[in-house]
Every structure is written in structure tokens, then in C-alpha cells.
Design a protein around this ligand. Structure first.
Ligand code: 5RP
Length: 266
């Protein structure tokens, strides 16, 4: 791995802890104005200083993020279909040149293993890796789960391993029972996506389990920005990911922060 690649990866994954807390706010690229992200700037601004890396599309980066922010960017570079269409019909939408212009530390795209267009999304990943490596830019492969797929360790292990074999430098996948089996079969770092909003304590427990079972962090969206206390949630997740906090300790961080923000706003 050359200097540029290592340097950018260490912008995303903290070299001191070997872990990362990424904030995913790319949902609009196929879902439109997702709950919590209608005013993306308002939601994200207070979270940025607590985030190791922001996962976002170029359109929202250009329009809604202060370019003076020091938070590293991982750019979502795939898209095509909306939530109303065939989700696996994705292609690369954003060039490496644009990623460099936007000073991205990494680029990310989805692969749809087992779905209608799995082969095209996987070969697109290969092409993206070829191009990104020319400029020392790490690639995040996201194992998107088609409506017809089961989110279990067997399926997600298959998808993560394929992503790594094709050359992804890190992989994002969902939590499931026996997550450790996915980590065991994947030679590159795995970050966990949060999935649909669940109660805060459950999201913290899921984060704790994923880290314990081999994840290198999270790239979480809805369980942070749809929380009643997004700042408290990021702080709590950071405590688990970077400091090895227990679920009780993390939940206390979330709850205390909620109380103090109520005191300030009331
Ligand atoms: C959508 C994505 C999202 O970034 C990913 O799912 C993380 O967000 P969440 O924690 O809300 O699931 O890649 O395809």
C-alpha cells in the first residue's frame, strides 16, 4: 500500500484505536428526503466534530457541509435507481476526479450480491478499485441487501468476502447473529451499518456486539440522526468503539447528554 492510500485510510480509521465512527447521511441518493435528513445541514453540523468520517453524496456535500470542516469525507459514488425502482440497477455516478476535487479521503459504492444486477455491481466495484488505486484512494464496498435476500451470516459473509476479493479496502455490512463469522472470512476492516431505527439501548448493544465480534467500527445513519438525542448517541457510540465502554456506560452517556441538552433548551 502506498503512502497516499495509507494516509487517507488513516483519516477514516483512527490509527490509534484501529477503529472508526463514520456517520452515514447518503440515504437520499435513492430514498429522497429521509426522516432526519430533510435539512441535512442542520442535522449534521452539530455531529461533525464528533464524527471520524462523513459518508455522503457529492450533491449534499457541496450544498450542505461547510467546506472549512475538518471532518474527513467518504464519498458515495454509486446510484441510479430510486426506492421505486430495481435497487440493484446501480452504476458509478461520480468520478474519481470529482472525489479528488472534493478532497475525499475515500469513495464508497454498493454491491448487490444475489440480486438481479449483482454481476454488474461487482464488476463496477472492480473498475472503481482500479481507478481509485491509481490515485491512492481507498474504496468502501457496501453490501446492499436486496428485498429478496436474508440478512444472515451466510449471506453477508459471501457478500463481504466477494467485496474484499474484488479489492475493496474496507467493507460496510449489517449486523446479524454470528457476526464474528463474517469478520473471520473478511480480510479487510468491516464497518457496521445500523439499519432501521431501533431503540437507543438496542442500537448500542448491537454496536457493542459488532465490535466484540470483530468490526472495526460503524458507518451508522438512522440510529444516530433519527434518535431523540443524536449528539448523545454519537458520544455513546464513540465510547463503545474507541474506548471499549460497556452498553450500560454508553447508555448513561446518551441519557446524561439528553438531560443536559433538555436543561439547555428548556
Ligand atoms: C444505504 C447506505 C447507508 O449509508 C447505510 O445503510 C448506513 O445507514 P443506516 O445506519 O441508516 O443503515 O449505505 O445504502
Amino acid at each position: 500500500m502506498d503512502f497516499g492510500m495509507k494516509n487517507r485510510l488513516s483519516n477514516i480509521i483512527n490509527p490509534k484505536t484501529g477503529k472508526t465512527v463514520m456517520l452515514a447521511v447518503d440515504h437520499g441518493y435513492f430514498q429522497g428526503p429521509t426522516t432526519g435528513l430533510k435539512d441535512l445541514r442542520k442535522t449534521v453540523t452539530p455531529l461533525l466534530p464528533l464524527t471520524d468520517c462523513l459518508f455522503i453524496t457529492r450533491g449534499m456535500l457541496r450544498t450542505s457541509i461547510d467546506p472549512r470542516s475538518a471532518t474527513p469525507i467518504c464519498l458515495r459514488v454509486s446510484g441510479g435507481p430510486s426506492v421505486l425502482g430495481e435497487l440493484s440497477n446501480e452504476d458509478i455516478t461520480t468520478s474519481i476526479e470529482e472525489a479528488i476535487r472534493l478532497n475525499a479521503s475515500g469513495v464508497g459504492m454498493s454491491i448487490f450480491v444475489g440480486s438481479k444486477n449483482e454481476d454488474r455491481t461487482i464488476s463496477n466495484l472492480g473498475r472503481l478499485v482500479n481507478e481509485a488505486e491509481r490515485y491512492g484512494i481507498p474504496v468502501l464496498a457496501i453490501t446492499a441487501v436486496g428485498r429478496e435476500m436474508v440478512r444472515d451470516a451466510r449471506y453477508l459473509s459471501l457478500a463481504c468476502r466477494i467485496a474484499a476479493e474484488i479489492g475493496a479496502h474496507f467493507v460496510k455490512t449489517y449486523y446479524c447473529e454470528d457476526f464474528y463469522k463474517i469478520a473471520e472470512g473478511c480480510p479487510v476492516p468491516i464497518v457496521m451499518a445500523g439499519g432501521k431505527k431501533i431503540p437507543e439501548r438496542d442500537a448500542l448493544q448491537m454496536t457493542f456486539n459488532a465490535i466484540k465480534e470483530g468490526a472495526s467500527g460503524v458507518d451508522m445513519g438512522r440510529n444516530i440522526f433519527q434518535s431523540d438525542n443524536p449528539v448523545g448517541m454519537v458520544k455513546a457510540i464513540r465510547a463503545i468503539v474507541h474506548k471499549g465502554a460497556s452498553v450500560d456506560e454508553a447508555f448513561e452517556i446518551y441519557s446524561k447528554n439528553k438531560l443536559s441538552s433538555q436543561v439547555v433548551t428548556e
